[in-house]
Design a protein around this ligand. Structure first.
Ligand SMILES: *Cc1c(COP(=O)(O)O)cnc(C)c1O
Length: 387
């Protein structure tokens, strides 16, 4: 027996064997030729994964929160106005980070958990506030809600705001076309749909972002996140030259190099389509089991994860039962409904067998929890949708 459980949380996710092998390679110098080559190639590949030919990638050791911190530290000056399109836990986090750098933050909230603010509400806020910058959480990992980034970014641009997208639970899974959609900065972390163990903050800054950071009056209030330090490093590695500011996470960068190659070999359009199909199959299984999801409307459903209410009479012990059936899923995160739902990630290297295993384990868990339903109906619906 493999003696390991299937990891189906919204990050970290399951990684491919080649990515894991890169993690185990003997660590070399950060200025060794073979490392410089992989770092340089990863910078080039990141542009293709973000669909941002004009963007400047930053690959820095840290988690997704550092990527958010880097965006705020370099773009915000004290007193700047920022608008947060708020869909949950990670939108709140972005607001706190922006405030830490002196921004005056206005939120556009959804009216209830499981919803997103309408485009009209966002437009009214843009009109009223005239912010320098607006942030959008592509997929809010606490609720499984995906925002309409394309439409929101177009609105932001219309009102001359810098458009910043937190794609930590989305990029390389959910469709995002950074340059075409007018996104000034997009960011993610290695452990979600990018498919690399936790530890890398990934930022792609568009030309307007780099430009505004160059014209700052106030110094960047975070030494480690300062683009004045990191930009020459990224440019050097891309030119295949050694450079140093902070030691890169050598093995993680190797793993990133492998994963980005795998992602581009699949192709972005096919990868987005695979995520849509697998998510659709998983959600068909949930629907057949009579389980309700947190997002209120079909167009709000993320393709990288599902947030699912426990049925009546079932509580968070279900997560433990699913785990004992061999699949690790996550509990609730949004404070308002924390004990009422659980979350399942289906992004990155996920395949059809994982979807069937996860639905099967949920069925086993529901039975153990004493829930009455038609055994096998969820798996059958998922199978049907996978054909
Ligand atoms: C996971 C996540 C983050 C935070 O990333 P960490 O790597 O945990 O710091 C931020 N935003 C979103 C949308 C996320 O899903």
């Amino acid at each position: 027996m493999k003696n390991r459980k299937l990891l189906m949380i919204p990050g970290p996710v399951e990684f491919t064997p080649d990515v894991m092998r890169a993690m185990g390679m003997p660590t070399t110098s950060h200025v060794a030729e073979n490392f410089i080559e992989v770092f340089g190639q990863s910078i080039e590949d990141l542009r293709k994964v973000f669909l941002s030919p004009a963007g400047q990638p930053f690959i820095v050791a840290g988690s997704g929160t550092l990527a958010m911190d880097m965006a705020a530290a370099n773009l915000v000056e004290p007193g700047d106005k920022a608008l947060v399109v708020n869909t949950g836990y990670f939108s709140d986090r972005f607001a706190k980070i922006l405030e830490r750098y002196g921004a005056a933050v206005t939120h556009v909230h959804a009216h209830e958990v499981g919803d997103a603010p309408s485009l009209a509400e966002v437009e009214a806020a843009l009109q009223g506030v005239r912010p320098k910058l607006m942030t959008i959480t592509h997929v809010d990992t606490s609720t499984g809600i995906a925002t309409d980034v394309k439409a929101l970014a177009a609105l932001g641009r219309q009102y001359n705001a810098f458009v910043v997208v937190d794609g930590v639970c989305a990029t390389a899974g959910e469709e995002m076309r950074q340059d075409e959609w007018g996104i000034d900065l997009a960011l993610t972390a290695s452990q979600k749909a990018i498919g690399v163990p936790p530890g890398l903050a990934l930022v792609v800054a568009g030309p307007r972002s780099i430009d505004v950071s160059r014209k700052r009056n106030a110094p960047v209030g975070n030494y480690y996140a300062d683009w004045n330090e990191w930009l020459p490093i990224m440019q050097a590695y891309e030119a295949r030259k050694p450079s140093y500011f902070g030691t890169p996470a050598v093995n993680l960068v190797w793993a990133l190099g492998v994963s980005l190659r795998e992602i581009l070999a699949e192709g972005m359009d096919l990868r987005f389509a695979r995520h849509r199909k697998l998510s659709g199959a998983f959600k068909a299984g949930l629907a057949a089991l009579g389980l309700r999801q947190v997002p209120k409307r079909p167009e709000l459903l993320a393709t990288t994860l599902s947030a699912i209410y426990y049925p009546r009479g079932v509580n968070k012990t279900l997560v433990k039962y699913i785990d004992e059936a061999g699949v690790m899923v996550a509990g609730g995160l949004h404070p308002a409904i924390k004990d009422q739902y659980f979350r399942v990630g289906h992004m990155g290297a996920v395949g059809p067998a994982d979807i069937l295993a996860a639905i099967g384990a949920i069925e086993t868990g529901l039975s153990r929890a004493g829930h009455r339903f038609e055994r096998g109906s969820g798996v059958a619906a998922a199978q049907e949708a996978l054909v």
